[in-house]
Design a protein around this ligand. Structure first.
Ligand code: UDP
Length: 447
């Protein structure tokens, strides 16, 4: 990979080299964005050969070669949601591609009531380090729903992959299956709440292997651990190339003015994504450079915490006409793609993060990206080379201001970011890792 060092670079702690300039008058208030109420028909999934133009024929041939001795093997993926969030996004592509390689892959989603998802959301936050007191009632809810799912599910496959903590206790079925069981952890376990991790750990230790998204996420475990970077699909609606006319149409519908710089963060309305911090950084930067902020998120309507965070964001924005808040339903991939492509800069100012697929998506689109140095983001953003890492509202504000006033440096970051993703974080690389793991686990089984 050839990453060119941009000509100039700055630290958030460097002496600011910019002086305040008068801002042009603010535009007229925008009209309210349209909301999409029904999901469009899903696009047919791409075939392996469709990736050739992006990654080259040799990489596709390698996948076919690796899959040859796995023909007829079966895999089950289990997670807790079919739409929304990075895991579902990835499984949507991975499952058919493995199928095309004749590794039949089933995808099951566990079911649960609101009480279950409240508990697992609290577990998720606690595993990211949030304060939390684990009660007996929460443990019982977790176990009861896992048991209910376990009773209704069968595990006849050769490999069962359980994603994240929500279905982790399905491992109780291991004895009745001949499968190799893998726990795929997408979250940052580097500083987990000890009560929750202490509760989950005995389940995890029963797996044959665990997979983490970054070296820094892993825990000491008595089972083999593998590093799988998450990935994006360059052919998905979220990432494929778009006609300029479509990008313009989406901006027009949302009231985004393309004649002025656009700073965007795409994220669920979640405190760990720090949308309020983004608003504060934007307001600081805009004192010096003209720009608009787009906060495109989702999930606020079906997540009580999301609705509270959205309210906090609106309060922080006040009546600022340069901030456009979009609470989008989960099927707006094309619109998110268009907003990312229309952006001058993409921000992902997370305080805690899994891998941060929104960063991958932005880099793939060649966007100069500013992101919190947390979770898997430093795997993607090499500071000053493929993007800018920040640690504070002020740092974020400074980098927004710097990149908007140094467009050549920003453009080189974007080009480097694109190359970095192409090499490390595309779906085809991920398929290769799964094939290799399956080969290893099948060999272990016969050894
Ligand atoms: N996303 C989306 N709609 C939204 C917000 C996010 O489709 O309103 C997508 C986003 O483009 C990315 C994924 O959801 O593909 C979020 O993954 P990430 O790893 O950044 O964060 P997570 O939500 O999984 O913590």
């Amino acid at each position: 990979m050839k990453l060119l060092k941009p000509q100039t670079a700055t630290d958030e702690h460097d002496e600011p080299a910019l002086s305040a300039q008068p801002l042009p008058p603010l535009p007229e208030r925008r009209r309210a964005p349209r909301t999409w109420e029904t999901p469009p028909a899903p696009a047919p999934p791409p075939h392996l050969d469709d990736y050739q133009t992006i990654v080259g024929a040799a990489e596709i041939d390698e996948l076919r070669f690796l899959a040859r001795e796995l023909k007829g093997k079966t895999v089950k993926m289990v997670n807790s949601t079919a739409v929304g969030g990075g895991v579902a996004e990835m499984l949507n592509r991975l499952v058919p591609l493995l199928g095309e390689l004749e590794v039949t892959t089933h995808w099951d989603v566990i079911t649960g009531g609101n009480d279950f998802f409240e508990v697992t959301k609290a577990f998720h936050n606690a595993l990211h380090g949030a304060e939390y007191h684990l009660t007996r009632a929460a443990q019982e809810i977790f176990l009861a729903y896992n048991e209910q799912n376990r009773q209704r599910m069968q595990f006849p496959e050769d490999m069962v992959v359980i994603h994240d903590p929500q279905p982790a206790a399905l491992i109780g079925s291991r004895k009745q299956s001949h499968a190799r069981w893998v726990w795929r952890c997408h979250i940052d376990l580097s500083t987990p709440n000890q009560q929750v991790w202490g509760f989950l750990r005995p389940f995890i230790e029963q797996y044959d292997a665990a997979i983490f998204s970054s070296q820094s996420f892993a825990r000491q475990l008595p089972i083999p651990q593998y590093l799988f970077y998450p990935c994006i699909d360059p052919l998905s609606e979220k990432n494929k190339d778009l006609d300029e006319s479509f990008v313009q149409k989406v901006c027009d519908e949302f009231g985004v003015d393309r004649s002025r710089p656009i700073v965007t963060q795409v994220s669920r309305f979640d405190r760990l994504k720090d949308p309020v911090g983004v608003v504060q950084a934007f307001k600081l930067a805009r004192k010096y450079v003209d720009c608009q902020l787009v906060l495109a998120g989702g999930g606020a309507s079906d997540d009580p915490e999301g609705a509270v965070v959205l309210k906090e964001v609106k309060e922080a924005v006040g009546d600022d006409p340069d901030v456009i808040i979009l609470d989008l339903p989960p099927w707006c991939a094309l619109e998110i793609n268009a907003l990312q492509r229309a952006s001058t800069i993409v921000v992902q100012k997370s305080i805690k993060e899994g891998f941060g697929l929104t960063v991958t998506e932005a880099l793939w689109k060649g966007k100069p990206t500013i992101a919190g140095a947390v979770g898997g983001i430093p795997n993607q953003i090499i500071h000053k080379l493929t993007g800018m890492l920040v640690h504070s509202v002020e740092g974020c504000a400074y980098q927004i201001r710097y990149l908007l006033t140094h467009p050549e440096f920003a453009a080189q970051l974007g080009r480097n970011g694109h190359e970095h993703v192409k090499e490390n974080f595309l779906m085809t690389t991920n398929v290769r890792r799964w094939l290799l793991l399956l080969r290893v686990l099948m060999r272990d089984r016969t050894a």
